[in-house]
Design a protein around this ligand. Structure first.
Ligand SMILES: Cc1cc2nc3c(=O)[nH]c(=O)nc-3n(C[C@H](O)[C@H](O)[C@H](O)COP(=O)(O)OP(=O)(O)OC[C@H]3O[C@@H](n4cnc5c(N)ncnc54)[C@H](O)[C@@H]3O)c2cc1C
Length: 544
C-alpha cells in the first residue's frame, strides 16, 4: 500500500507530490494523459505562488524562463498604478507558459522521488477504514492510505465521491489556439484593437517565433468542452468577429474553455481529498486558477504528511478545507466581480469607472491586488498579533534569508528572545535565534506553508500552539518550559535540524534521533552561521 495516491499530474497534483516527498511520504501520481500537453492555458504566476516556490528553493528555475510584468491593471484590466510597497519580495506577475510551469514542477517532483505514471486513467474508487483503492480503466488497482483528487474541473474523483459542485454553468465558450499567420503584425494589432472596443474575448498575442496565440468567442456552447474545435470552426469565428482570418494556417493546437464558476461542497470525504480545479473552477480573469491550486497543495502537503507520519494533532487534516475553501470562495467572488466589470453594457461600465476612481485611493488598489496575488490571504488561526494567519514575507538575515530556511518544508520558530525552546518538537520544527535582533515581534512560529501560527514571547502560549499545529512533543512533558541546560547567552549551538542559533535548548535534545522514516527525507538546510530572527516590518524591500 502506498502512503498517498494523487490522481492527476497537472500543476496541483505534482506540487502536492513534491510537498509530500519533502517529508518522505511514499507518493504515486496517476495521470490519464500519456504525454504532457502542448496546450498553453495559464500564463501567469502571482506573488504568493512565487513566494512558495522561493520557500522551496526552486523559484530561480521559473524566473529564468519567464518575464516579469508590473501588476498594473491586473484587476479586471482597470488601469491603476501598482502600489509601490506590496508585502512581497515578488511584487510582479511572472508571465510563463503553463506548459513550462508544468514541466518544471514535474521535474522537481521526480527529483524528489515522486513516482508519476502516465496513461493511467482512474475510473473507480473505494475506501475503507485503512485506505483507498483506485481502479484504472484497464482494471489495474492501486491502494493508498489516502488519495487526493487533483484531476481538474471535470474531476472523476469528485464525481465518484458524489461531492456536489454547485455554482453557475458556462454561459459562453471561447476558442484558443496557436497558429501561423500571413497578415502583418501591425494590421493584426489594429484589427484586434478595433474588435476589442466591443468584444473583450477577442485577442492575439505574438509568440517568440512569430506565430500567434489567438482567442475568439465560439459560436455556441459545446456539448463536450474536451473536444477541440476544428480549424475551420476557428477560422470562421475569426472572420465572424474581425472580418478577416489573418491568413491563419499551420495550427499547432486548438482548444476551448468555458466560463463556469463552481466550488466543491466538501474538500474531504474520509481518506479522499480534493485540490486545485477539482475543487474549484472560475473564468480566467486575474489568472488565479493555477496559483490557487499550487497554494492548495502547499497547505495540504504537510498536513497530509503529518497524518501519514502519525503525529498530526486532532483535526489538523480538516483545517485544509476550513482554510482553503473560503480562499477559493473569495477567488470565485472576485472573478465574478471582474467578469461583471468587463461587460461593455452601460451599467457595468459606470461601476467600472467608479471603481477606477476608488482605486486611486490609497489602500483600495492594494486590497484588490492582495486578493488577486493571494498575499492578502489570512487564515483564521485565532486572535492575537495581526501577523497570525498571514504569510511571512522573505527577509534578509545576518547570513542568508528566511526562505532559505524553509526548503525542507518544516515548521520554524524565529526567536529573538533567546528564552524560548521547541525541545520536544525538534523533529518537526527548526529553531532560529538571534537575541541581538531589533525585530518588533519577539518570536514567530511559522508553519511549513509559510503562514504564521503564533507571534509573541510567552512560552506557555508557544507550547499550546506547537501542540495545536505540530502534535504532542516526542519527549519531556515539560515541553518549552524545560529548564535544562541553558547555555551562556551567545554560545552558538547547532540544532538537530542543522540550524545554527543561540538557544537554551538542551544539547541532548538537539541530538534527538529522527522518526522511523526520516532516512528517506532530504537533508535539512544547513546555514553556515548565526542568523537573526526576522520581522515583516524590517524587510529589505524589492530584493529582486
Ligand atoms: C485560457 C485559460 C487561461 C488561464 N490562465 C491562467 C493564469 O494565467 N494563471 C492561473 O493561475 N491559472 C490560469 N488558468 C487556470 C489553470 O489553467 C488551471 O486552474 C490549472 O491548470 C489547474 O490545475 P490542476 O492541476 O488543478 O488541474 P489540471 O491542470 O486540469 O490538471 C488535471 C490533470 O488530471 C488529469 N486527469 C483528469 N482526469 C483524470 C483521471 N480520471 N485519472 C487520472 N488523471 C486524470 C488530466 O489529464 C490533467 O493532467 C487558465 C485557464 C484557462 C482555460
Amino acid at each position: 500500500m502506498r502512503d498517498v495516491i494523487v490522481v492527476g499530474g497537472g500543476p496541483t497534483g505534482v506540487m502536492l507530490a513534491t510537498e509530500l516527498r519533502l517529508h518522505g511520504v511514499d507518493v504515486l501520481v496517476l495521470e490519464r494523459a500519456t504525454e504532457p500537453t502542448s496546450h498553453g492555458r495559464g500564463g501567469g504566476l502571482h506573488a504568493r505562488s512565487l513566494e512558495v516556490l522561493d520557500q522551496r528553493g526552486v523559484v530561480d528555475r521559473f524566473l529564468a524562463l519567464g518575464q516579469r510584468y508590473p501588476l498594473d491593471g491586473f484587476f479586471a484590466g482597470i488601469a491603476a498604478a501598482q502600489p509601490e510597497d506590496l508585502d512581497s519580495d515578488h511584487p510582479y506577475v511572472l508571465a510563463i507558459p503553463q506548459t513550462i510551469t508544468d514541466r518544471l514542477l514535474t521535474e522537481r517532483a521526480a527529483e524528489l522521488g515522486a513516482e508519476i505514471r502516465r496513461g493511467c486513467a482512474v475510473v473507480g474508487l473505494a475506501q475503507d477504514d485503512d485506505g483507498v483503492t483506485a481502479t484504472l480503466a484497464d482494471g489495474t488497482e492501486h491502494r493508498g492510505r489516502y488519495l487526493v483528487g487533483c484531476d481538474g474541473g471535470r474531476s472523476t474523483v469528485r464525481t465518484l465521491l458524489g461531492v456536489g459542485f454547485p455554482g453557475e454553468p458556462t454561459r459562453v465558450d471561447t476558442l484558443l489556439g496557436e497558429m501561423e499567420v500571413s497578415e502583418a503584425p501591425e494590421t493584426i494589432d489594429a484589427v484586434v484593437a478595433e474588435v476589442r472596443t466591443t468584444q473583450l474575448r477577442f485577442g492575439a498575442a505574438r509568440l517568440e517565433d512569430g506565430a500567434y496565440r489567438l482567442v475568439v468567442p465560439a459560436e455556441g456552447l459545446a456539448g463536450d468542452r474536451g473536444v477541440p474545435p476544428t480549424f475551420e470552426e476557428f477560422r470562421a469565428q475569426l472572420r465572424e468577429h474581425a472580418g478577416t482570418d489573418f491568413g491563419v494556417h499551420a495550427p499547432r493546437w486548438l482548444s476551448r474553455f468555458g466560463d463556469a464558476t463552481r466550488l466543491a461542497e466538501r474538500y474531504r470525504v474520509g481518506r479522499v481529498l480534493l485540490a486545485g480545479d477539482a475543487a474549484h473552477i472560475h473564468p480566467p480573469p486575474g489568472g488565479q486558477g493555477l496559483n490557487l491550486g499550487l497554494q492548495d497543495a502547499v497547505n495540504l502537503g504537510w498536513k497530509l504528511a503529518a497524518a501519514v507520519d502519525g503525529w498530526a494533532p486532532d483535526g489538523l487534516l480538516d483545517t485544509y478545507e476550513s482554510e482553503r475553501r473560503p480562499v477559493a470562495a473569495s477567488v470565485l467572488d472576485n472573478t465574478r466581480a471582474q467578469i461583471e466589470l468587463m461587460s461593455l453594457d452601460p451599467g457595468p461600465q459606470a461601476v467600472r469607472r467608479l471603481l477606477a476612481e476608488l482605486m486611486e485611493i490609497d489602500g483600495v488598489g492594494r486590497h484588490l491586488l492582495e486578493k488577486v496575488t493571494a498575499i492578502g490571504v489570512r487564515y483564521h488561526l485565532g486572535d492575537g498579533h495581526p501577523l497570525v494567519g498571514r504569510h511571512l514575507r522573505d527577509v534578509p538575515l545576518a547570513h542568508g534569508r528566511l526562505y532559505d530556511l524553509m526548503h525542507g518544508g518544516r515548521g520554524l520558530l524565529l526567536d529573538r528572545t533567546g528564552e524560548l525552546s521547541v525541545s520536544g518538537w525538534l523533529d518537526r520544527v527548526d529553531h532560529v535565534v538571534d537575541v541581538d535582533s531589533e525585530a518588533d515581534v519577539p518570536a514567530a512560529l511559522v508553519r511549513p506553508d509559510g503562514h504564521v501560527a503564533w507571534a509573541g514571547s510567552d512560552e506557555a502560549e508557544l507550547g499550546d500552539r506547537l501542540r495545536e499545529w505540530f502534535g504532542a512533543p516526542t519527549h519531556r512533558a515539560g515541553g518549552v518550559n524545560d529548564s535544562g541546560g541553558a547555555p551562556p547567552r551567545g554560545a552558538p549551538r547547532v540544532s538537530r535540524s542543522g540550524v545554527v542559533g543561540w538557544s537554551r535548548t538542551d544539547p541532548a535534545v538537539e541530538e534527538e534521533p529522527r522518526g522511523p522514516d526520516a532516512t528517506d527525507r532530504p537533508g535539512p538546510v544547513r546555514p553556515a552561521a548565526p542568523r537573526p530572527v526576522l520581522h515583516p516590518d524590517e524587510h529589505g524591500r524589492h530584493r529582486r
